[in-house]
Ligand binder design. Structure first.
Ligand SMILES: Cc1ncc(COP(=O)(O)O)c(C=O)c1O
Length: 409
């Protein structure tokens, strides 16, 4: 359902240098917003910001209130620059409200802490992002919280593990190393029947290509350090959910733990968001071409990318996603030493663990992995992960081809 400017947000009065001002409608009276329009213009509010085409950075900690109470107090609670980013992301995700955090991990841990209490139980896919697993597996156990890690593909695996004290099903679909999916509709139905909160890490698909709230998921989290920012120049996170939940989270987890996004970060996030639709289209186009190339390469054992029709959950992906981003993994034929030499030989792919930026990257979660760790997480030996950037795709394919051929397997 496309975002619609609600009567309250459109017509609410605000104060400008002490004068009460009303603004009706959205950008130039627009009522229904496409994702492209949201990214470009939602929250612009030219009148409020002296006609500035780019809103300013409110780089201040305190808001004074002697003459006008405009609703702001302190930047640890909320900030006008951050609020514009939140308005855009909530609309993109078709959620009621969004809150920005200092990092993706601040968003994930806050969402989990919000939904959990002492003695709760969590169910989560076994290949989930490693620090998320670490938080569930080592940190939260100090407060009596238990976590069970399951095969991501199977709804029954989640169902089997439900206990009376299960409070959260935490999803990451696709998981960002093996790109297996979880069935969002089925799992949210299952969770609702047991009064369990569902949280999803939606960083891979971005709100451009997957809107989990449509499928009944309660809370959506993002690392904004990836595609939302898109320029590898910020670390940030977002949680999206119902208004009441998000207001509570703003005062409790964000306000008390203090992990809000800072205004300059928010301003850079806004700059990234303006080009999100066009960047994602290019990441998708480049990603698909690279995935198809790798799938046919004689030096490649297996490719993990949900956009390939050969992906075992391709049909589920088409049901719940409208597109694909540019992060994928594959297992080259060859031993660890050969694979490492291949990585080092690449010209366009710097080695590094992050992803979702303009630049192509490669890293190697499966090189040197122990049998125990491989069994626990499902990551096979030799797995390499690549983030396909915005370079000319033929340059990337030539680079990978030359590197793979030099392995002589
Ligand atoms: C899937 C996924 N979720 C969450 C995070 C955490 O985000 P951040 O680095 O912004 O804390 C990452 C970071 O790599 C990630 O890959």
């Amino acid at each position: 359902m496309p975002y619609k400017e609600g009567p309250l947000s459109g017509a609410a009065p605000y104060h400008f240098f002490g004068k009460k001002v009303f603004r009706v409608g959205g950008h130039r009276g627009q009522e229904t917003w496409s994702k492209e329009d949201i990214c470009a213009h939602l929250g612009d509010d030219y009148d409020r910001f002296l006609g500035a085409v780019v809103p300013p950075i409110f780089q201040n900690s305190l808001f004074t209130r002697k003459t006008v109470n405009h609703g702001y107090t302190y930047t640890r609670v909320t900030n006008p620059t951050t609020e514009i980013a939140e308005k855009k992301i909530a609309a993109l995700e078709e959620g009621e409200e969004a809150k920005c955090f200092a990092s993706g991990m601040a968003a994930i841990t806050s969402a989990l802490l919000h939904a959990l209490e002492q003695g709760s139980h969590v169910i989560c896919p076994k290949s989930v992002y490693t620090p998320t697993r670490g938080f569930l597996e080592t940190y939260l156990t100090r407060f009596g919280v238990e976590a069970t890690f399951v095969e991501s593909e199977s709804v029954e695996a989640f169902e089997r593990e439900i206990r009376p004290n299960t409070k959260v099903i935490f999803l990451e679909s696709p998981v960002s190393n093996l790109f297996s999916l979880q069935d969002l509709g089925e799992l949210s139905r299952l969770a609702r029947a047991h009064n369990i909160t569902t949280i999803i890490d939606n960083t891979w698909a971005t709100p451009m290509y997957q809107n989990p709230i449509r499928f009944g998921i309660d809370l959506v989290v993002h690392s904004a350090s990836k595609y939302l920012g898109g320029h590898s120049d910020i670390v940030g996170g977002v949680v999206i959910g119902r208004k009441e939940t998000m207001t509570e989270m703003m005062h409790r987890e964000r306000g008390m733990l203090g992990g809000i996004m800072d205004p300059h970060q928010s301003w850079l996030l806004l700059r990234g968001l303006r080009t999100l639709p066009i960047r994602m289209r290019q990441h998708q186009e480049n990603g698909m071409k690279v995935a198809k190339f790798l799938e046919e390469h004689p030096a490649v054992e297996r490719v993990y990318y949900p956009g390939l029709p050969s992906h075992p959950q391709y049909e589920l992906g088409r049901k719940q996603m409208t597109g694909y981003s540019g992060l994928m993994s594959f297992v080259p034929k060859g031993n660890d030493e050969q694979i490492w030499a291949f990585i080092k030989s690449l010209r366009f792919f710097e080695e590094g663990p992050s992803w979702g930026g303009f630049e192509s990257l490669i890293n190697s979660p499966g090189i040197g992995i122990s049998e125990e760790s491989s069994g626990r997480t499902g990551i096979p030996s030799g797995l390499v992960r690549i983030s396909i950037g915005l370079e000319q795709v033929d340059s990337l394919i030539d680079d990978l081809d030359r590197g793979l051929r030099s392995m002589k397997v």
